[in-house]
Design a protein around this ligand. Sequence first.
Ligand code: NAD
Ligand code: WQD
Length: 338
Amino acid sequence: MQKVIVTGGTGYIGSHTVVEFQNEGFEVVVVDNLSNSNIEVLDGIERITGKKPVFYKVDVANSAELEKVFAEHSDSIAVIHFAAYKAVGDSVKNPLKYYHNNVEGLINVLSKMIKYAIPNLVFSSSCTVYGQPEVLPVTEQSPVVKPESPYGNTKKINEEIIVDTLASTDFLKAISLRYFNPIGAHPSSEIGELPIGVPDNLLPYITQTAIGLRDELSVFGNDYNTPDGTAIRDYIYVCDLAKAHVVAVKRLLKSKEQYEIFNIGTGKGSSVLEIIQAFERSTGVKLNYKIVARRPGDVEKVWADTSKANKVLGWKAESSLDQTVKSAWEWERKVRER
Ligand code: NAD
Ligand code: WQD
């Protein structure tokens, strides 16, 4: 059985990805320090797949801790590196915390991959590296700009570290997946997104408002240059996104390319008001919301050209927006029942 190491594997995207790897017959070793997730996620994964992955409570930014994992699993064929802090606003207030965790974490992972000759890396990057693109949809060739936040900058720096490191070895290969906006939860509602405190992201804010945890959703700006005035993003179903990691590993195993980048989105932009409508339509629940000022740092519109992933990886987003949004609601209801 082929084995993969998944850092950040109890997190939101990581947990859905572990499920997809296990469903495809891979053995999975999860590494997470539980700084933004909890151990019960492993039970959810077991209920879905019938198997609990091997788990290490380890900080990837701590080289000595990470050593043990790689020493014990040097027969792994790939590392999927999710572990990172991701709160944009917090990164503006605490930049060094983000540079330390996200940059040091990747350096340690790459160092161990070299030491133990594990040849393949899939890295979690972000559409944030494109900033506000001049031409839409964005392709992988679109210019990478200096991101708005220290968080975004860690993604740009990490991509650069990967390129430089690959150039110095003859066996390492990597794929960076630039995710657009991941949303939704596994159809079983056994795993999903569990933000700590007040959510920054749109979907958890919507579902928490609908369930009564928040009074109303603030829509940040309706004076953008978009058809309804609200900002546009490319919202991608987390299970579709998770599957992209499995095909990325399969690609690494068979292709000669040392490094490739893929946009992972749906190829379609949706405005904030369209997301609210999709939520109300698919769940039958009316949402309390008001229009407020723009949120500083937000881009106006961004969506992906996914033709490279469609063609080269044979991957395509499958879920409809309504199904995806509804899955987030079903997860929210299940979480609050507990
Ligand atoms: P998440 O916070 O749910 O998951 C990250 C996991 O990594 C958490 O379980 C956390 O405990 C763990 N972690 C953090 N630092 C660690 C460390 N030093 N050692 C070990 N574990 C550590 O976030 P997510 O939404 O699942 O994001 C996963 C990855 O995808 C991140 O790299 C993130 O930057 C990237 N990404 C996320 C989005 C998004 O909107 N969710 C978009 C683009 C890229
Ligand atoms: C989506 C839209 C908001 C909340 C962030 C990171 C980015 C990436 C994905 C990791 C925007 C609007 C939101 C609310 C609202 N993460 N909104 N009211 O900002 O596109 O991207 O997550 O790499 O780096 O910046 O996602 O979900 O926060 O916002 O009106 O209460 O919803 O203004 O237009 P964003 P989001």
